[in-house]
Design a binder for this molecule. Structure first.
Ligand SMILES: [Ca+2]
Length: 301
């Protein structure tokens, strides 16, 4: 649908794939996208988790999925994000694909089976979870049920946090690589990462009533990393003042000069620490520069 030439002179279309099982359960399943879309996946309606070997198609649903109006440009630098140059492609990525693909799918379903679906569902995770939330907010009449798993919220702000704040903060403490630039993957050494994990467990593991290596009561866990700075006589289970402040800042989240949070704090969960040496910079930086900036431009580092 919507085959056209974008304002960047490139070809665009809103592509979708619809699978219609012969043994139809009279239900419609919209399979949400991932990343920044730009890929036409197979419409199987996979159920994630738990080793599930079934999917919605096997269970008789008519399943649709879409590329959300653009295709990632393979082999091009930042090829996943270049569609941000075209306003309609941005709109279709944002939410406009939802009513259009749903309408097309329901028309085809009705034509094929001779009746419209009795129930319609939207199911998505991550970016698909974001689409699920926006389906509930803007198009609630399209679906009888919506599943939003691990939804991405307020992605422009998330991009500032992960693609700019975390990257800039990590660059301040990371050692320089051979090219003279900060090696962000080394912002925290494996030893430092382990120390922070151990310290969080020490402070918070028991708060949920079980010393089991898992922090289940994260709300009750508010340690101060500055207490982990090495003091005379420490046996190495401690951080430099610079790294302790870095850890504290990463958990605290980026803030405006007024102190207002840009996005969100991170919970003190030991498994979060592994993220600090490798911020979510790639996808969020690409979004920040190409999709949430008008006109698109590199400005993130
Ligand atoms: Ca525990």
């Amino acid at each position: 649908m919507n085959q056209r030439t974008g304002i960047d002179g490139k070809p665009y279309a809103l592509q979708f794939e619809l699978r219609l099982p012969m043994a139809w359960n009279q239900r419609f399943y919209y399979q949400g996208g991932s990343g920044v879309d730009g890929q036409l996946f197979t419409a199987l309606g996979n159920y994630s988790g738990g080793g599930n070997t079934r999917n919605a198609l096997l269970d008789g649903f008519a399943v649709v999925t879409t590329d959300s109006g653009h295709i990632a440009e393979a082999g091009m630098e930042n090829g996943s994000y270049l569609f941000g140059a075209d306003p309609q492609a941005r709109d279709e990525y944002g939410d406009m694909q939802l009513p259009q693909v749903t309408a097309a799918a329901k028309t085809l379903i009705t034509g094929f089976y001779g009746e419209s679906p009795q129930k319609s569902y939207f199911v998505g995770c991550s970016n698909g979870g974001r689409q699920a939330m926006i389906a509930a907010q803007r198009y609630p009449e399209l679906f009888d049920g919506i599943v939003a798993a691990a939804p991405g919220f307020r992605l422009a702000q998330a991009s500032i946090e992960a693609g700019i704040h975390q990257v800039q903060r990590a660059a301040q403490v990371a050692p320089r690589g051979a090219d003279g630039k900060p090696d962000l993957s080394q912002a925290m050494s494996p030893a430092e990462t382990q120390i922070v994990k151990d310290r969080i467990l020490q402070a918070c593991d028991a708060a949920d009533g079980a010393v089991d290596g898992i922090v289940s009561k994260m709300g009750a866990c508010q340690p101060d990393p500055l207490e982990w700075v090495c003091k005379p006589g420490d046996n190495g289970n401690c951080l430099s003042a610079e790294k302790a402040q870095f850890v504290k800042d990463m958990f605290a989240g980026g803030q405006l000069a007024s102190g207002e949070l840009i996005y969100a704090r991170w919970p003190y969960d030991p498994e979060m620490v592994g993220m600090f040496g490798v911020p979510f910079r790639s996808i969020f930086a690409g979004e920040a520069s190409h999709i949430y900036t008008t006109p698109p431009r590199w400005a993130w580092i």
